[in-house]
Design a protein around this ligand. Structure first.
Ligand code: AMP
Length: 226
């Protein structure tokens, strides 16, 4: 199940990816997360990408493509993966075609108003990276603490409404050619992501099964979308 996820901020990409990762034990590969980890480690790669990320610019294609190529060579991607944040340019999309055959591109389509509301309630665990929402499920059970490790949840600076509106606009400008590219290839599956994941996910899993893309058995069959 080799998937690319595309969605504006607030589309629920992280939530969907977390669900599929836990249920099917396939890795969620986010280039943004990889870069942030490398920066935190102070590695050579981290030093190279930091200046671009700090300026809010895209990291050059050759660096990103190399990172993704290396990551997709790891044995944990054998049964599938979810790519998130990549590709972001047509050059990257074409390079990805050379690296691996993608089964489907899931485009989570969300309205600007829903995106703003969702993100203003989003809270993240700084320890394990789990994502919660104080307005919607999954809500933290205990105050604003992580259900798993008890860490105090945090709000991302860029989840403030005026910043979300700008990120939403930039997303559509950046990803339009990528969405068109995959639509033309017949790989795009568009999902109405204004609905809750509880409604959308069973439909999406059924569709992926029908298309022969979801062939692996769940490693944790009891996990439900919430
Ligand atoms: P994200 O968490 O996906 O928003 O990524 C954070 C930052 O990492 C972006 O603003 C870019 O600077 C960089 N980045 C992540 N993925 C890519 C990519 N595919 N191409 C270029 N830059 C990227």
């Amino acid at each position: 199940m080799k998937l690319v996820f595309i969605g504006a901020p607030g589309a629920g990409k992280g939530t969907y990816a977390q669900y599929l990762r836990e249920k099917y034990c396939i890795p969620h590969i986010s280039t943004g997360d990889i870069f942030r980890e490398e920066i935190a480690k102070g590695s050579e790669l981290g030093r190279r990408v930091k200046e671009y990320i700090d300026r809010g610019e895209l990291v050059p294609d050759d660096i990103v493509i190399e990172v993704v190529k290396k990551r997709l060579n790891q044995p944990d991607t054998r049964n599938g993966f979810i790519l998130d944040g990549f590709p972001r340019t047509l050059n990257q999309a074409r390079a990805l075609d050379e690296i691996v055959v993608i089964d489907a591109v899931i485009y989570l389509n969300v309205s600007e108003e829903v995106a703003v509301k969702r993100l203003s309630g989003r809270r993240i665990c700084p320890v394990c990276g789990r994502v919660y929402n104080i307005y919607y499920e999954p809500k933290p059970r205990n105050d604003e603490k992580c259900d798993y490790d008890g860490a105090q949840l945090i709000m991302r600076e860029d989840d403030r409404p005026e910043i979300v509106r700008n990120r939403y606009r930039v997303f559509h400008e950046t990803f339009k050619p990528i969405i068109d590219y995959y639509r033309n290839k017949g790989l795009l599956i568009e999902v109405d992501s204004n609905r809750s994941i509880r409604e959308v996910m069973p439909e999406l899993e059924e569709l992926l099964k029908k298309k022969g893309i979801l062939r692996i058995k769940p490693c944790k069959p009891d996990i439900k979308p919430d």
